[in-house]
Design a protein around this ligand. Sequence first.
Ligand code: GAR
Length: 201
Amino acid sequence: MVNIAVLVSGGGTNLQALIDAEKSRIIKSGKIKLVISNNYDAYALERAKNNKIKTSIISKKECVDQNQFESKIIEELKNNKIDLIVLAGFMCILSENFTKIYDHRIINVHPSLIPSFCGEGYYGLKVHECALQKGVKVTGATVHFVNEIPDGGEIIMQKAVKILDNDTPKTLQKRVMRLAEWKILPMSVEKVSKEIESEGK
Ligand code: GAR
């Protein structure tokens, strides 16, 4: 069984999709052992507690620099023997110092079809605002491995979602989550967990 940590910053609907997927055995090769938030107020923490998952808060603001922030996260991951890290709405960029330790062991969900509307500065609602502004007719979500380039790692899964004439950034965000993110994130977590398991970790 692969030990999974989920890193969050906000509402945690993707975390909820992972918890539900574990219950329904869509995820059966891994187990969510830990939820780390960089934000004390993240509702994702409540979702973890409601499901008796251990939580930890590591605030970037309380660290002297990025290096200390990342060291604290790494320490927590090691203490909990984490094999796979899932960024589920985690709004902090991780440096190469971090990503090289966990090569092909960190996955992220991004709310667009990479390489569109991605990279530094593209997160949350902003991504959907830009997609609507550009007038694209199709958007979607991408799950990818995380490397030193923001949203630049190897793609694991993508799902397209049609844009409707009357979409606002909020309606689009909600539909991309429901039709794409909440589906491909759990599927990707199972796929990667199974691969890690078959490698004997
Ligand atoms: C999700 O749409 C996720 O794809 C996005 O933030 C939202 C978090 O929602 N992530 C990024 O934009 C990362 N670049 P959630 O907290 O309800 O899962």
